[in-house]
Design a protein around this ligand. Structure first.
Ligand code: GLN
Length: 481
């Protein structure tokens, strides 16, 4: 069994095509692993294991080779991606009983491609957080060290792939929620260019920043899966409507002549082993023929502040819809309509979600709008300009994904300290550019380190090319369990 569950999507697809493995054998191996380990890692919020086995059987009975890279293969979805007739909570009590009446476009696409859903996985409530501790349901463990968080907000998706409960997962990234947990759990996490993957059916947190992306064990898997889910969607008005680049054709291209930017000032405040890993990566890229250029990035802290203003402002508006009337749970005892709204929201939302709603409502309120929201939007423009300057000098930017490796449960109880977990990931969301986190060795406690590559809009192909080259040289330390 362990042989099956540690295979990449590409290897599983090949085994299916060659008739070495059936979809039932593959799906059963993951189902067994989930039954064995989910109580330990606390990954799932809703399981669809019987349905998955039935779909696998149906695939096998057709007796046909897989039509797509994911055909006949199991996977998991973050629980903020809606699935018709399958409970979707966004890890919030307010959606405890929510059964969506429609499918998110990504889920529809994966269904058409023949992928098999194993279930919906844990996250920070409404994707607000960096540790998955804000889930109203359970505390997902980091598979590398059960006393530590898997990161967040897509902690369940990251832990599922890291612990081999699924060969791939989708998550969402508003300020780092794919890349940061990917770094903490030693997997590949990709936040695509804003608009590349449809947000239709993604439960909205901050609509101008939210983006769906992938968790995989290899860079190539990420490129293959993103190629399936990146497409124009009429149901999402922010969906990219131009030509979608081919993310795979240059995967093996040489890096000679490529320029990679690094920011020397970012080395301050990094955990020692992460600084070392970054230096080693620079050497790897030099050996591969790339030129390294040093650049400034002055707006890191301002980007973080601007993010928490913009994201909270958008969240306060997006979450107004949870009023006990249209979705989910309604308070039991109330005295009139306003009291029903108040009690439903008071009982339904957790503390972090309430904090964001208050922060966002305040930032948008008359008299404060210019000082907070407008200022944040001005910083946003400056961050976009800062990246433009960098990408005039270089093809890609290499940075750490996070300043530390995974922290312990309860260690970042101060909200500001928790917000700082996303320092290096947030600027990419602010400017809409693609970024990925790739595994880059282990620290002295044996915890995974992640490095981040980002590039201009639609440069995913180049990101995959550079990350794949690094992965081939360094190998990728995987959790073998
Ligand atoms: N940790 C950040 C936040 O709490 C980012 C979350 C995300 O990307 N969804 O807002």
């Amino acid at each position: 069994m362990s042989e099956i569950i540690t295979k990449s999507v590409k290897e599983l697809n090949k085994a299916l095509s060659d008739g070495e493995l059936s979809s039932s054998e593959i799906t059963q191996a993951f189902v067994d692993k989930i039954k064995e380990d989910d109580d330990t890692y606390e990954v799932f919020l809703t399981k669809t294991l019987d349905e998955a086995l039935n779909e696998a059987k149906a695939f096998d009975e057709k007796g046909q080779a897989p039509r797509t890279i994911v055909d006949g293969l199991p996977y998991v979805l973050k629980d903020n991606i809606v699935t018709k007739d399958i409970r979707t909570t966004a890890a919030s009590k307010i959606l405890d009983n929510f059964i969506p009446p429609y499918d998110a476009s990504v889920y529809e696409d994966l269904n058409e491609d023949g992928a098999i859903l194993l279930g919906k996985v844990n996250m920070d409530e409404f994707a607000m957080g960096s540790s998955t501790e804000n889930s109203a349901y359970r505390k997902t463990k980091n598979p590398w060290d059960l006393t530590r968080v898997p990161g967040g907000s897509s902690g369940g998706s990251a832990a599922a792939v890291s612990a081999h409960l699924a060969p791939f997962a989708l998550g969402s990234d508003t300020g780092g929620s794919i890349r940061q947990p990917a770094a903490y759990t030693g997997v590949v996490g990709v936040k695509p260019t804003y608009g590349l993957v449809s947000r239709y059916g993604l439960i909205a947190f901050a609509s101008s920043l939210d983006q769906i992306g992938t968790f995989t064990n290899t860079v190539e898997d990420a490129a293959l899966i993103l190629s399936r889910i990146a497409k124009n969607d009429k149901k999402d008005s922010t969906s990219f409507s131009g030509t979608y680049p081919d993310f795979i054709k240059d995967l093996e291209a040489p890096l000679t002549g490529r320029t990679i930017a690094v920011v020397p000032a970012f080395e301050e405040g990094l955990q020692d082993e992460i600084r070392d890993s970054l230096k080693e990566a620079i050497d790897v890229y030099k050996d591969l023929g790339a030129e390294i250029v040093e650049v400034d990035f002055k707006l890191l802290e301002q980007a973080l502040s601007a993010y928490y203003m913009i994201a909270s402002a958008e969240a306060s508006s997006n979450l107004a819809r949870y009023d006990g009337v249209r979705y989910g749970v309604r308070a039991q005892d109330y005295d009139g309509l306003v009291d029903m709204y108040v009690k439903t929201r008071t009982e339904g939302f957790g503390p972090e979600v309430k904090r964001r709603i208050m922060l966002g409502t305040y930032a948008l309120s008359s008299g404060y709008y210019d000082a907070f929201y407008k200022k944040a939007m001005q910083i946003r423009t400056l961050v976009v300009n800062e990246y433009d300057k960098i990408f005039k000098k270089a093809d890609l930017l290499l940075t750490p994904t996070t300043a530390t490796t995974a922290f312990k449960f309860g260690e970042r109880s101060d909200p500001i300290e928790m917000y700082l977990s996303d320092l290096y990931t947030i600027p990419a969301n602010i400017s809409g550019i693609p970024a990925l986190s790739m595994p880059a060795g282990l620290d002295k406690n044996g915890l995974p380190i992640g490095l981040q590559l980002s590039g201009p809009a639609l440069s995913e192909g180049l990101l995959f090319n550079a990350a794949h080259a690094y992965e081939k040289v360094t190998g990728n330390e995987k959790l073998e369990r």
